[in-house]
Design a protein around this ligand. Structure first.
Ligand code: VG1
Ligand code: CO
Length: 543
């Protein structure tokens, strides 16, 4: 094998966001763009010679080409072995599982997750460390710094590697092991959940519908839900992964997963519905004519974890991202376990899980997971719910309403304004930050601001500090409005407004969240001057 050193010059936009580097496909296809970033990863992690790497992606457009380039670069950079999913495929949770199970030095995951794919869509790449989790900020910053100073990369001169047959082949001194992307993950799921009980539920007239959104989870859902658990074959819809996700937006929420929503809200609806995103780490949970907010879902999983074999020994603690509702905090308090509040992004949960401080983690953005891996995990959440449903033998809606009756309801919604001009978005954030002293102790409608800040987090394990993680306005009754700019978009800016209030009164629990939050929504629009500054009358997506 001939390894070549190629001269290159830096791109100045390779700063990883909330979850890796995401850009339009056309940006990634520029000469040297992907190579520069991959070499920056290799230079920053300084893996020992002879190390093993895991590699796979969500199958989106450009996945195969990128896998070939990365394999050749890994060979030229002294890796001993690369474990790559068949066809270059690994869902994000499956990649985390593989890194941990085979104790690789880390892994590269190719995905832009919930962003659209195809030649005009997005592509993405991120590095996960040996614990299976997204690299912490210290490492992503080092990668960014390396990308700004890069002058050369190394790549093997060789023909493409066959990725569609399981087994080992040589690439110079490196072994490429093509592995089954589903097997190890399915085995892990079986070790956590009562498959016999779920099988019984699914054979007893309980109908489910899972929407894979033409993304990576199709083969995983088929294997686990249909082949192992006996769900009817048509229980999995849009199961064929497509490089452009069939033109859809593989984001499991009420807007983009509307096909599934129509089924669950239609006549003769199934008892349970769920969807996952581009790379399989998100989940949306629906009951018959009923939507479970992700924040409630986390709280309900925690409150019922003792019913599930993998968690019956108890939870060490719970962690949620700051914008996620405090529903989980109430469960943690009842269980007498700690609840941690972290910045947005799964990378902040890794240290807490590694240190044994938390078992369950969640984000309002349809992400839930546990310490079984170090990523959020879409199908895991589906199986957790099915296990609970099998034991409790109630409907999804009844379980949620009983939960609210016991703990109170954290009424919650997120309003996204996507693709607004960057200057307008920054202007809104600046205005809010400049107004903190004005809001304090001020009456806004029926609410009185208790305090406002720009959220910052000190990691309790390694002491690292992350600042500027979102503007919070917390009212005296505990209600909140949070403003944040997205770190995963590739066009313009996306402004997210997170709204939360607490309703202890069961008689009010039937209210629609938008209705219950109407006054907070108005306050948010007023104090941010959002309409005036962006010209937008309404959000693009409401969840
Ligand atoms: C969004 C979500 C965040 C999530 C991230 C990655 O980030 O809000 O909670 O961790 O996506 O999810 P942002 O910065 O756009 O708000 V995934 O499934 O896209 O990797
Ligand atoms: Co995702």
């Amino acid at each position: 094998m001939q390894a070549r050193t190629v001269s290159t010059t830096p791109f100045n936009d390779q700063k990883p966001g909330t979850s890796g580097l995401r850009k339009r496909v056309e940006v990634f296809r520029q000469a040297h763009y992907l190579e520069n970033f991959v070499q920056s990863i290799f230079d920053s992690i300084a893996a020992p010679q002879g190390a093993t790497l895991a590699l796979g992606g969500d199958g989106r457009y450009f996945n195969r080409e990128a896998i070939q380039i990365i394999l050749k670069m890994a060979a030229a950079n002294g890796f001993r072995r690369v474990l790559v999913g068949k066809g270059g495929i690994l869902s994000t949770p499956a990649a985390s599982c593989v890194i941990r199970k085979y104790q690789t030095c880390g892994g590269i995951i190719l995905s832009a997750s919930h962003n659209p794919g195809g030649p005009d869509g997005d592509f993405g790449i991120k590095y996960n460390t040996a614990n299976g989790g997204p690299a912490p900020e210290k490492i992503t910053e080092a990668i960014y710094a390396a990308s700004k100073a890069i002058s050369q990369y190394r790549i093997a001169d060789t023909s493409d590697i066959e990725l569609d047959t399981l087994g080992d082949s040589g690439l110079g001194d490196m072994i490429v092991s093509v592995i089954d992307p589903v097997g190890d993950y399915a085995e892990l799921m079986e070790s956590l959940f009562d498959f016999a009980a779920i099988r019984k539920l699914l054979s007893g007239g309980f109908f489910i519908k899972f929407d894979a959104m033409h993304a990576v989870t199709g083969p995983y859902a088929r294997e686990i839900l249909v082949n192992c658990l006996g769900a009817a074959p048509d229980s999995v819809m849009n199961a064929e992964p497509l490089p452009d996700f069939g033109g859809g937006h593989p984001d499991p929420n009420l807007t983009y997963a509307h096909e599934l929503v129509e089924v669950l809200y239609g006549g003769n609806a199934p008892d349970f519905g769920a969807a996952s995103d581009g790379d399989g780490d998100r989940n949306m949970i629906l009951g018959k004519h009923f939507f479970v907010t992700p924040s409630d879902s986390l709280a309900i999983l925690a409150a019922n974890a003792h019913l599930v074999p993998g968690y019956k020994q108890g939870l060490a603690g719970i962690a949620r991202s700051m914008p996620t509702s405090a529903a989980a905090d109430r469960v943690a308090a009842a269980l007498g376990i700690p609840c941690y509040e972290t910045p947005t992004g799964w990378k902040f949960f890794g240290n807490l899980m590694d240190a044994g401080k938390v078992t369950l983690c969640g984000e309002e953005s349809f992400g839930t997971g546990s310490d079984h891996i170090r990523e959020k995990d879409g199908l895991w959440a589906v199986l957790f719910w099915l296990n609970i449903l099998a034991v409790r033998k109630q409907s999804v809606e009844d379980i949620v309403r009983e939960h609210w009756a016991r703990f109170g309801r954290n009424v919650y919604s997120r309003h996204d304004y996507e693709g607004i001009p960057i200057d307008a978005a920054n202007g809104v954030m600046k205005l809010l930050r400049d107004s903190f002293s004005k809001f304090s102790a001020q009456k806004l409608g029926n609410y009185t601001a208790d305090f406002c800040d720009d959220f910052s987090y000190t990691d309790p394990v390694d002491g690292s500090v992350s600042t500027g993680q979102g503007v919070r306005i917390i009212f005296t009754d505990g209600s909140r409005i949070v403003f944040r700019l997205s770190g995963t978009g590739t066009e313009g800016a996306t402004l997210r407004i997170y709204l939360e209030s607490f309703e202890p009164d069961v008689a009010q629990h039937h209210l629609d969240a938008q209705e219950a939050l109407a006054e907070l929504i108005n306050i948010a629009l007023e104090i941010s001057e959002l309409r005036e500054r962006t010209g937008r009358e309404r959000p693009t997506v409401i969840t």
